[in-house]
Write a protein that binds this ligand. Structure first.
Ligand code: IPM
Ligand code: MG
Length: 368
């Protein structure tokens, strides 16, 4: 039996996860669910948003469903820490970034589908371990980095103590891996094109490096048309002609931004699912955050988490229930009678999920 770690997290995480699990239940699959802790409460009370017991749980299970976790900048994180934990130099690192880096989940898969009219169906595959998220982010610059920076007129005027620098890490290891993943994904899912979203007209050295790797890896995939486009142009075309895209591969930060745009193109963050996958592990989460201001109201749209569960089932090679779940979600979104506020309805989180569960039962009845 496959096992799934379920980490509801905080904010609206627990609501959308419990709604999604009530639908999963209807599929009656041989899955063992094991619940664990992650997120803002763990940070406040334990000084660690991903406790050791949670890492162990992740090791012991086949994959993971994550609801949502709050991430806050440096100062806010320190202020909310329990008194006894303050002043010990504890540093808040976003739990999702920790999961992606420590478990080497290098590919972040974020499908963008037109649930209503089927006019577009592309996927953003975001590199998850390097780029601008590599952790090379400095405030107050010392040698030898300062030597590289000091000739910039603004840095010269501000001085090393008043300058910040973030490095975008691009390695052949990281780029080859994500490109190969992108091509394989394209083949497996019947896409004929792969677009790399970058900025080679400004980031000339790293951009050229990426182009060389694309040419090298792409040579193994003559059946997939590969191109590099400037990331700003990709943003424009995602809105104007989303049907032009198949697989879009982007470095971490560009992929972060493009995938929120993708969620917007789909109709909102309430709809967008994602999966984080590596050679030896995975976790699945809706693209949306924890929306603390909305927590506990039962208003959040469960669709993103439901489609996330479908991705998780695909990953566990449960393709038939994954498709049934997706079909049920599509039918409910299309009918619009039991949808949440963001889709123009007034259903609660659990009512929307219930209507997907009912739809699922009728799909199963027909098939069975
Ligand atoms: C996402 C989120 C995260 C990211 C945040 C919460 C650290 O925006 O999963 O897209 O930037 O990757
Ligand atoms: Mg994001």
């Amino acid at each position: 039996m496959k096992s799934v770690a379920v980490l509801p997290g905080d904010g609206i995480g627990p609501e959308v996860v419990s709604a999604a699990l009530s639908v999963l239940d209807r599929l009656d699959l041989p899955l063992l669910l094991r619940f664990g802790d992650i997120g803002w409460e763990c940070w406040k009370q334990e000084g660690n948003p991903v406790p050791e017991r949670t890492w162990r749980l992740l090791e012991e299970t086949d994959t993971c469903l994550l609801g949502a976790v709050t991430s806050k900048p440096l100062r806010e994180a320190e202020v909310e820490l329990a008194g006894r934990l303050r002043g010990q130099g504890l540093e808040f690192i976003s739990p999702v970034v920790q999961l992606r880096q420590r478990l080497r989940l290098f590919a972040n898969i974020r499908p963008v589908t037109d649930l209503k009219h089927g006019r577009f169906n592309f996927v953003v595959i975001r590199e998850n371990t390097e780029g601008l998220y590599a952790g090379l982010d400095f405030h107050g610059i010392q040698d030898p980095l300062w030597k590289e920076v000091r000739d910039h007129p603004n840095a010269a005027e501000s001085g090393p103590a008043s300058t910040s620098v973030t490095l975008r890490l691009q390695t052949s290891t990281g780029m080859d891996r994500i490109l190969r993943f992108g091509f394989e994904y394209a083949r497996r899912h019947g896409y004929s094109s792969l677009t790399v979203a970058d900025k080679p007209n400004v980031l000339r050295q790293s951009g050229n490096h990426l182009r060389e790797r694309l040419e090298r890896v792409g040579a193994d995939y003559p059946d997939i048309g590969a191109e590099i486009l400037n990331v700003d142009a990709v943003a424009l075309w995602m809105v104007r002609r989303p049907e032009r895209f198949g697989v879009i591969v982007a470095e971490n930060m560009f992929g972060d931004i493009l995938s929120d745009l993708g969620a917007g193109v789909m109709g909102g963050l309430g709809l967008a699912p994602s999966g984080n996958v590596g050679d030896h592990g995975s976790y699945f989460e809706p693209v949306h955050g924890s929306a603390p201001g909305m927590a506990g109201q039962g208003r959040a749209n469960p669709v993103a988490t439901l489609l996330t569960v479908a991705l998780l089932l695909d990953h566990l090679e449960l393709a038939v229930p994954a498709r049934q779940l997706r079909d049920a979600v599509h039918a409910v979104v299309l009918r619009r009678t039991a949808v949440t506020y963001d889709l123009g309805g007034n259903a609660s989180t659990s009512q929307a999920a219930e209507s997907v569960a009912d739809q699922l039962s009728s799909i199963q009845a027909v098939k069975g």
